[in-house]
Write a protein that binds this ligand. Structure first.
Ligand code: 5GP
Length: 212
């Protein structure tokens, strides 16, 4: 029997959360288990942290370069977060979507709003919450890469960031990383099956009805 391989349109999966909710870990595990999912690597003006890799975690660029690229409209969305600029380069995203691949974005609520305005039908947005405030604090201090001052600022910012949860399609509470990972995969699986994304469906059903 011939294998059915229906063509579908790629989707844009956005993950947002306050810093320290475990989003980076979840993004990595999702990418590892989903071969058709590609990461959108952002450009940023913030300094590289220990362990980060140019081109994998971010493209680390100067403020002058960021502004030049922004003014040339090379970013799909961009925002200022904690005093640094962040932006999503458009070229890779468009290429991936055209090749029926899904794209994963680790961006904040400002970027999500911009993507929603540009491409609502292609967007699936998920907000990740930490299980408790104490857990959030522990995760932020456990990271040990940022100064106490930055941690305190991020705790304060977390409340702000979390106030945007109603703008998202899905909410995942990351109490247990395996459960959260399974929930993200379930969201992705269901969203891939949406009728509107299965572009070959009309023709496929027509053939079924014709008995062919
Ligand atoms: P961090 O500096 O800790 O890697 O990221 C800080 C925040 O910036 C996170 O909430 C992250 O999701 C967000 N962020 C990272 N890249 C982008 C981007 O390209 N656009 C927007 N809008 N936010 C981003």
């Amino acid at each position: 029997m011939a294998r059915i391989n229906l063509h579908r349109r790629g989707l844009m999966l956005v993950l947002s959360s306050p810093s320290g909710a475990g989003k980076t870990t979840l993004s990595r595990s999702l990418l590892a288990s989903e071969p058709d999912l590609a990461m959108s690597v952002s450009a940023t003006t913030r300094p590289m942290r220990p362990g980060e890799v140019e081109g994998r975690d971010y493209f680390f660029i100067s403020e002058a370069e960021f502004i030049a690229r922004r003014d040339r409209h090379e970013f799909l969305e961009h925002a200022q977060v904690f005093g640094n600029y962040y932006g999503t380069p458009a070229n890779m995203v468009e290429q991936a979507l055209n090749n029926s691949r899904d794209v994963l974005f680790d961006i904040d609520w400002q970027g999500t709003q911009q993507l929603k305005a540009r491409a609502r039908e292609d967007l699936v947005s998920v907000f990740i919450l930490p299980p408790s405030r104490s857990e959030l604090h522990e995760r932020l201090t456990g990271r040990a890469q940022d100064s106490a001052e930055i941690v305190a600022a991020r705790m304060a910012k977390a409340s702000d960031e979390m106030s945007h949860w109603p703008e998202y399609d899905y909410l995942v509470v990351n109490e247990d990383v395996d459960t959260a990972h399974a929930q993200l995969r379930a969201i992705l699986t269901a969203e891939r099956l949406r009728r509107e994304r299965q572009t070959d469906l009309p023709e496929f059903v027509k053939q079924l009805q014709a008995g062919g």
